[in-house]
Design a protein around this ligand. Sequence first.
Ligand code: HEM
Length: 320
Amino acid sequence: MLLKTMAMVNLLSLFILVEVVVRGFRYGVEGLRMDYYLMSCPFAEQIVKDTVNTALQNDPSLAAALVRMHFHDCFIEGCDGSVLIDSTKDNTAEKDSPGNLSLRGYEIIDDAKEQLEEQCPGVVSCADIVAMAARDAVFWAGGPVYDIPKGRKDGRRSKIEDTINLPFPTFNTSELISAFGKRGFTAQEMVALSGAHTLGVARCATFKGRLSSADPTLDSSFAKTLSKTCSGGDNAEQPFDATPRSFDNFYFNALMRKSGVLFSDQTLYTSPRTRGIVNGYAMNQAMFFFDFQQAMIKMGTLDVKEGSKGEVRQDCRKIN
Ligand code: HEM
């Protein structure tokens, strides 16, 4: 009997081993794999990481920009590098929409792409570079380290009108839950992803609407801080939290003090539907880091294009 059980266990282990070897380290989305570039471009990850690190040493504020770029790429047309495409005389691309005008960091992607094209021409997609760069930026800023599956293909469509599907900073919690729910995210994942606002800044234009009338969800002395920022004009920048270059949970603590910058930030604490999640992340950074990395990996698989549905662009700014 014991021998029989041992034989069964051995057989099962063998089966699992064969599964792993044959299928490779696949991720949920068919075709995406952790080791996608292992044979075709073994230094791809390292090249992206070195490029990101060098750029961020020169300008640490670009960590925020890279994380935001990945979000704006994935939410429109899926994670397919569509946000990188330049407008042409016949087409106004996503990047020229009002919601994308303050995106930055395109030259970091170009730089990585140029090196990758030298090493392994036509292999590494721009969409994968954006996803890896965002991941490396999070870690560089002190956030969690995580691996992401690769193998995204680049899309051939980038149209300004598609960006209407980006969430607005005036959204309330129900609208945010619905916008993220349409993409398959839970309310908890939406709050975790909003925690990316631990990095970076918002321009006055995106929150000045909150200052025109008394807002009980906005701390009165923080309202004065925001007004002072806005005295510098629409493009004056307000950090989301006290440590805009560090990936930490200060953003959630700020929300608890009614010191969220955007209406869409503060609503996460105002609403009983998400307040408990904000409290949890404010009290437990490890939990925020864990949920954030899981949600980022999930976001990175949104409507991914595979095989002939996409291409590997030669120049991230132009379709081939
Ligand atoms: C929940 C819905 C969201 C809304 C309404 C929103 C809106 C905004 C707005 C209005 C800004 C300032 C833009 C400007 O000043 O022009 C901003 C900045 C930023 N967003 Fe979001 N966002 C959301 C979710 C996310 C997510 C999911 C991520 C990433 C995972 C993200 C990452 C960032 C980062 C890092 C910045 C700072 C960029 C910089 O400093 O250059 N946001 N967001």
